[in-house]
Design a protein around this ligand. Sequence first.
Ligand code: ZN
Length: 362
Amino acid sequence: MVETEATGQSRTTMTGRIPECDVDGIEWESVSCNLCGGDDTRPLHRLRERAYGLPGLFQVVECEQCHLVYLNPRPTRRSIRMFYPPSYAPYIQSQTESPPGRWGRMKSWIKRRIFETAGAMSPECVGQQRLKRSIWLTPLVWFYTLLNPRFIPFEEGKRVLDIGCGRGDLLRFLRDLGWEVHGLEPDPETARACRDRFGLDVIETEFEEYGAAPEPFDLVVFNHVLEHLHDPSEALRRANRLLRPGGRLLICAPDITSIEYRMFKDDWFSLECPRHLSHFSPTTLGQMLRQTGFTEPSVRYEPAEFTLRHSLEYRFHDRLILDRSSLALILLKGGCFLVSLMFAIAHRGSIITIIARKTGRG
Ligand SMILES: [Zn+2]
């Protein structure tokens, strides 16, 4: 066994591949549990890549000690790039989307009014007078916040860093609320699209290569990113160092203990082999946050129709359905939204948002 990397609790060796996984061009590594450092695991799934028809067979395991679920063995940092083809959906969307027109600007204005109201009603920044004026909007604000769990009330002069910001959806949303927004995005075309189309301050870089910021951030975001990283514990420690004391961290990721996972197992869309290297639950992610200098983790659930719809497509068609204009697909989307809404209200939705604070107050 040749040890090639030792970061945090993750030990990496190059000799762990399973023979039937072997494919030309993929460099494999075996790792210990990123949460507890243990090596005792039980296999859960053997899966191929399904979204783009790429080669390889991948094994998902569960740590016997702490129950973190992860891909092992897995492609190295260098090899994983071949599983993000130019047709990878988040890249394509960023390059085809246009800047907002009149209707888009009106939607932003409406959103901002609703979230200003929600902010006035939140325990963090509510004043009694504003609460009284806003209370009649309670059902609307509750429902809208349920649909947008990444909402964080704006406070004057606050700075946010979105790590792996993709097409900049969340940054534009937070900018509309008044935040000073910054983003990191490793894909050159996507980063350029963010800058040119939407005027966002997005640096083209991997998070691991990002140096110190000139001043600390008030909010750091991993929006569907942490599960893609080879060393999530180290990424959280790095994020911690970028925050001011008392600053907040927002993580959005699939929940491996959700009803959807239990229903679909191998066909669950969010297994997303091999791009998702870790599969978190509120428990394992909460433990990892406490180990890396965060406190008070709170969990929100959202209706995620796309994970339910894509899981159904995998179960019954063995592939994603690309025809986005058919009536059947529109009906399927509507049905999936309603079911995923019920899951979210029951706090069993497939996508979780966890918000935690850096230990210590600023
Ligand atoms: Zn473990």
